[in-house]
Every structure is written in C-alpha cells, then in structure tokens.
Design a binder for this molecule. Structure first.
Ligand code: TYD
Length: 200
C-alpha cells in the first residue's frame, strides 16, 4: 500500500505520518517512511537546491521542474522498489503538494504541473490523508513550538489560507483517493481519525 500525508506547513502531517508508521509496524507491517522533497539521496540533493537560498532563486516554472525531478528519483530509487517488495510506503508529501503549492502561487501553472506529472510520475498513492487545519491554528502551534514560524512568515498567513483551500479542493477533485482529516486536537486524537480513515 502507498499512502501520502499532505497539508499546510504546521498542520502536524509529519507527526501523523510517523505515528501511523509506528502503529503499522507494531502490527507487524513492513513500513518505509519517507518524505518529499527528498526521500532518496539524489532527491535530498535537489531538496537542498529548493529550500536553501533566496526565495526568488528559481522561477516558479523551474521550481516545478526541480520538485518533479526530485519526485522521479524518489519514485525510481525508493518508492517503486519498496512497493515491489511488498512493503507499505508512507510519504510525508507527494504530488498533491506540487499541485497545491505551485498551483496556488499562479493558477495557470497547475496545467504544467499536471502535464509533467503525467509524463514523468504517473502514479498516485492508494490513499492520501490531508491533515486539515485552520492556518491561524497552525501558525500559533508553530509559535508555541518555535518551529514553523519561519516558513509561515516567509509565505504569509494569506498564502497558507490559499493552500488550505487548495488541499480541500483536491479532496473534491479526487474523492476516491483523498480524505480530509480534522487536524485539531492532540496528536493521538488526530491519529485515531487517521486510523479510522484507513481501509480495514
Ligand atoms: P517540508 O519538508 O514538508 O517542510 P518542513 O521543512 O517544514 O518539514 O516541505 C518543504 C517545503 O516545500 C514546504 O513549504 C512545502 C514545499 N513543497 C512545495 O512547494 N512543492 C512540493 O511539491 C513539495 C513536495 C513541497
């Protein structure tokens, strides 16, 4: 099974990905927990190009190419071999992040994202869990932890609000694959909602 977690910065998706990996492993499942951008040595190198340096280092189009190149390497080197070996793959972000983040920056870029995805990725997770949270709540969590504030400040609350709407729209666009999970409350409470959304 191939699962992805998605959500805005500070949504708690990385914690949920880890909790789910832990609970499936406790049941005896062989789980690969991975992330994007990155997840394979080559893709982690591309990640550095994306997350370091000035915000305007790359044009939005070049950024889409880099995210997609990183995903292709991650898919070839990590995801496909693991699935072929019968392992469960849980990834913290996948193609929906590109659809939402790069599509939210400039609406017309969604077409480029989709065409590149069809050409070079062409797979979707079996199930995508979107940790749905109010951006203001995510921001205050980040402040409490001293963690996510940087990204929030660089992207802005308004942009995070746009992203949250984008993830909700994906749940309508792909109703069979994408589930919205209420991200409010304690991590264990959210984890119980995640478990309830998994196929029996
Ligand atoms: P992530 O590693 O989830 O963030 P963090 O460092 O807080 O754990 O992702 C890094 C950033 O990249 C995040 O703001 C989301 C963004 N991103 C995109 O814009 N497009 C993509 O395709 C992906 C995978 C991530």
């Amino acid at each position: 099974m191939f699962l992805s977690f998605e959500g805005i910065d500070g949504s708690g998706k990385s914690t949920q990905a880890r909790l789910l990996a832990d609970s499936l492993r406790a049941e005896g499942r062989d789980v690969v927990l991975t992330r994007e951008p990155g997840g394979s040595p080559g893709a982690e190198e591309i990640r550095r190009l994306l997350v370091e340096g000035a915000g305007e280092r790359w044009s939005p189009e070049t950024e889409i190419l880099l995210f997609t190149a990183a995903r292709r390497d991650h898919l070839e080197r990590v995801i496909r071999p693991a699935l072929a070996a019968g392992r469960t793959v849980i990834t913290d972000r996948f193609a929906d992040s590109t659809r939402v983040y790069q599509g939210a920056a400039r609406g017309e870029l969604r077409a480029m994202v989709d065409r590149l995805h069809d050409l070079s990725i062409a797979v979707e997770p079996d199930l995508t869990l979107v940790i749905d949270i109010d951006p203001a709540t995510a921001l205050s969590r980040g402040r409490a932890r001293g963690g996510n504030e940087d990204r929030f400040e660089s992207l802005g609350l308004g942009f995070q609000q746009k992203l949250a709407l984008g993830f909700r729209a994906l749940a309508n666009e792909y109703p069979d694959r994408v589930r919205l999970i209420d991200g409010s409350g304690a991590p264990e409470t959210v984890a119980a909602r995640v478990s309830a959304a998994l196929p029996a």
